[in-house]
Design a protein around this ligand. Structure first.
Ligand code: GRG
Length: 295
């Protein structure tokens, strides 16, 4: 009997939580490992690892091939959250419904926990991906991982974001921030899963395109939720964009237009997969649920 989408989501979350726990031991000196584990195991929707695993599966790859990369991407994502929350960046007290890493531990520990996750994550890809996957694919995933984490992607998005605070920016600049700060890890998740699952060029292009659409939709929804949501729902402080005078899709286009753009990006994402006959209830549901997400 086929599993329901809800069941598939639950199964993915269970295995991701288990493996993150397993891949992140406590070693000496305990405080750094505990602070890495504190943020990585703090919950979160686990969207990026789920996207990576499902993409590999839909191409007939196995979960064992993709789980190390999926967990490494979640570690990288968590690293970016820890550093984003620091007083020198967004200065936040709450994340994933808990105290931020620097509030729970100390600022120096939070900086080091982020740094440690950044170098630990690629080790997981190298050490835990089954050798049968082949060195070429592992190397390709590593390359994409390192590019996404660096000054061409994630850091570029963050730098322009910080630099834009309190300034009037145009739509291209806003898209640059969103594509790199948020889109890059969605793209990495899909592409890593696709590479490990043995995608051909057309499939890789379609999955990349799907990732671009949902990555942008996800960030526009983030802009919307920052205005409409609460600390309890979001698990982090709302209203920060206005406070820091950040340009967002809501401030540039208005709430109604921002919502329309989310809906059309999500439906375009589904069409892209359908056209290439990539049939996945999970990928479809992830795209469609972005319009309804509350955190
Ligand atoms: C990679 C060295 C290095 C630095 C990172 C700090 C930084 C540079 C980038 C910040 C990137 C950032 C925080 C982007 C926001 C992306 C975003 C929408 C996060 C929220 O994602 P969710 O809702 O979170 O999936 P959960 O908690 O559910 O995983």
């Amino acid at each position: 009997m086929e599993k329901s989408v809800k069941q598939q989501f639950e199964d993915y979350i269970k295995i991701i939580e288990q493996k993150l726990d397993e891949f992140l031991p406590v070693k000496y000196p305990e405080e750094i490992w505990e602070s890495m584990r504190y943020s990585v195991l703090a919950g979160g929707k686990r969207l990026r690892p789920m996207l990576c695993l499902e993409t590999c599966r839909v191409l007939s790859g196995s979960y064992e091939q993709a789980i190390p990369a999926a967990c490494a991407i979640e570690m990288l994502h968590t690293q970016s959250l820890i550093h984003d929350d620091l007083p020198c960046m967004d200065n936040d007290d709450y994340r994933r419904g808990k105290l931020t890493n620097h509030k729970k531990f100390s600022e120096s520990t939070a900086v080091l926990a982020g740094d440690a996750l950044l170098s630990f994550a690629p080790q997981i890809i190298i050490q835990k991906t089954p050798k049968t996957v082949g060195k070429d694919k592992i190397l390709k995933v590593l390359e994409e991982f390192l590019i996404s984490a660096g000054a061409e992607k994630l850091i570029a998005g963050q730098v322009v974001d910080i630099d834009s605070e309190g300034k009037q920016i145009d739509k291209n600049t806003l898209n640059f921030i969103h594509e790199n700060k948020t889109g890059a890890l969605f793209k990495l998740s899909l592409r890593a899963g696709a590479i490990l699952g043995g995608a051909n060029d057309a499939q890789l292009a379609a999955l990349t395109n799907y990732a671009e659409k949902i990555g942008l939709a996800f960030q526009i929804m983030d802009d919307i939720l920052d205005v409409t949501s609460t600390l309890e729902e979001l698990g982090k402080t709302p209203g920060k964009d206005a406070l820091e005078e950040k340009a967002t899709y809501v401030s540039l286009y208005g709430m109604d237009e921002a919502k329309k753009q989310v809906a059309s990006l999500c439906s375009e994402a589904c069409d892209i997969l359908e056209k290439k006959n990539i049939i996945s209830d999970v990928l479809r549901e992830i795209a469609l649920s972005i319009t309804e997400r509350v955190n």
